[in-house]
Structures are given as C-alpha cells and as structure tokens.
Design a protein. Sequence first.
Length: 412
Amino acid sequence: MFSVTLFFFGAFLLLVLLLVSKEYVIFVEVTKNIVAMVRQKESVKPKNFVRLRNKKLANGNKSLYLDIYRDGVRSYEFLKMYLIPETDRNARQQNETTMAAANAIKSKRIIELTSGEAGIMNHKDKVYLLDWMQLYKEEQKKRGKKNIGQIKSVTGILKEYAGERFTLNQIDLTFCHGYIDYMLTNYHPKGKPISASTRNTYYQIFNGALNAAVRAKRILKNPFNEMEKSEKPKMPESVRSYMTIEEVRSLIATPMQNEGVKSAYLFSCFCGLRISDIIGLQWKDVFIDNGQYRLAVAMQKTKEPIYLPLSNEALKWMPERGDKTADDHVFDLPSGINQLIKPWAKAAGISKRFTFHTARHTFATMMLTLGADLYTVSKLLGHTSVKMTQVYAKIVNKKKDDAVNLTNGLFD
C-alpha cells in the first residue's frame, strides 16, 4: 500500500515538474519575443517626420510649408504655395489642387529622406564649409569659369565669418542672414566697405556653392531659397551710356584712322550686336530672305540663336564681300578697340563715357525712341527676358519727361 502511494506521489511530482518546465520555456519564449518587438520598434524610423503645415498671412491667405524633423534637427521648407479664402467653388477647387501638389512634394521628401537621397549626412560624413568651397572652386575651374578669384574672396570671407571648422550641415537661414550682414558691416578690405555690386556678386557665388551642395546630396536644401527677396543683396541699376541720334550723326561725319573699326561701331549702332558677336561674324551667317538681309547668329554671351533683320542703315556699314569665302569673317578688326575709338569720339565732340558697348545701348534706345515696342526690341537684342530690356524703357521715359518739360516757363 505504501509503495503504491509512493508511486502516485512520484508521478504527481514528475507531472508538476514537467508543467513548471513547460511554463518556463513558454515564459522564456514570450520574453524573447517581447524584447525583439521592443528592439524592432526602436529601430523603426518615425513615420511622420515630415509634416505639411500652414501659416496665416496678413492678406488672409495661408502659406504652406513642410516641417521636417530628422536626427534631432528641425528645419522648414517653404513651398511658395498658398491657400486662399474659400469664398466660392472655384476657390475651393484651387485649394484642393494646391493641397494635392503640396502633399505630392511632402511624399517626395519622405521618400528622399527615408532612402537617404536628400543628402542628410550623419556625423562621420560631415564636410567642412571651407573644404566644400575649395571643391566648388576646382569644379568651376574645370568648367572654364572666370570667377575663380571671386570664389577665393568669398572663401576668405566665410573663414573670417564662421571659422575653419564650420560644417555644411550647420548652415541655416540664420547663418545666411549673418553672412550678408557681415559683408555689409564687418568686411572692409583695404579699410573700406565693398560696393553694392561686389556684395551682390559675393552673395551669388555663395548661393551657387550651396546649390551645388544640394545637387551633390551634401545638404537637403539651400537656406537662401527661404529668404525674402527684399532681404537679398541686389545689383544696383547700372547707368547705360548711349549716343543720341545727333551724336551718331556726328560720329558718322567724323573721320577715323581705322575706318574698319568705325564701320563696325556704326554697324552695331544699327543692329545691336555685341563686339564679341561682330568679331565672330562670318559671311555664312549673312543671308537674304524674301529680299530682306538677315543674320543667323548664336550669341557669344548667351549662346542664344537669333535671326536678326538688317536695316539699310546697318547694311551701309558692312564691308563688301568681294572674293571672301563663307568661312571668312565679315569684319577684320584689331585688338584694343576701345582705346582706338576714344580719340574718334573726342574728335566728334562726345565727352560722355564711350566704349564699343555704347553702340548696343544706342541701338536699343533709338529703337524704343522711334516707337518700337519693348518685346520686339528684346528679341532684336537677343535678351532671354523682357525684364532685361526694361532698363532702356526707363531711359526713354526719362527722355519723354525731359521733352514735355521743355515748355515749362515759356508762357509765364
């Protein structure tokens, strides 16, 4: 009897041990799963690190922008898109279209940031600003750019302003504002402030370097793009020296030692070509279309092709072709043209600033004065934008003001 009892007790004890062992194994497995889930959750990047937000403006519109939070750093990208007050169905539809476009940009930024295509760098990938400026200078040099000396100057300013160990990913809107202020208030080479045009040039160069950094995936965006237009340095409006019709007549009547140079200048007065385009002009660029002489020229400065009609006045100053081939140049011009034409202008009684480029200004001003519209003159000059031609319109408007004011005081 005792042995039977002992047997059942042993069996019961064994059963308890097996159950406890099984529960332990289950506990261990569950614990492992929980730990794995926690670790996995920690490794998953936050989904909503790019949020589309809006800011109400004084005019009632709402400016859309992206609130980007990444690696403990918050930045903003203003989309230059606006929601308008929904006063009618058209306004609602416009807002829907705007929101769809803004959300598309948001989705693109999320994909770029997640895949690492937006140039977000971790600590070990940091690039010093001065090193980047050096790389940018070398790249511009390879491309044959002529602003290498200016890039060196900008690099020197940045060294003074930010030091040697400032990194690209530290650049933000505040830094860019400070750079502009530094040039305005602290940067005094040779003991005096730099000119407004130089300040604009140095802003453009640094802006270009940051755009290159964006293209190279070194930074997410260029903070200068967030800056209001009114806050950026501006190129002062240049004074365009030009010849009046009376002064052109005086130049025609005045002989010059090198008649070829005189002809080239007056040809420019009546067609508007730059000196570089006149020097490169070949006879194969000249053709007749339905009785109208024209030039087919790819402009040296802008590389823009233009088809320029030639007036009879312009044709008067073109040399005879004679036996020249299609590849021969129309004008045979020496070097140092600006120095050659100054005595000629002086002899003609002209005391204002006089260079070959004044011929192009003369053509533009003369066309507008004689009634040609701004768009047509813009095309004749080969300008890529009418805005570039508007400076001549201001000259013509000033001449109109001067003309009507000639009667002032005549009848007092």
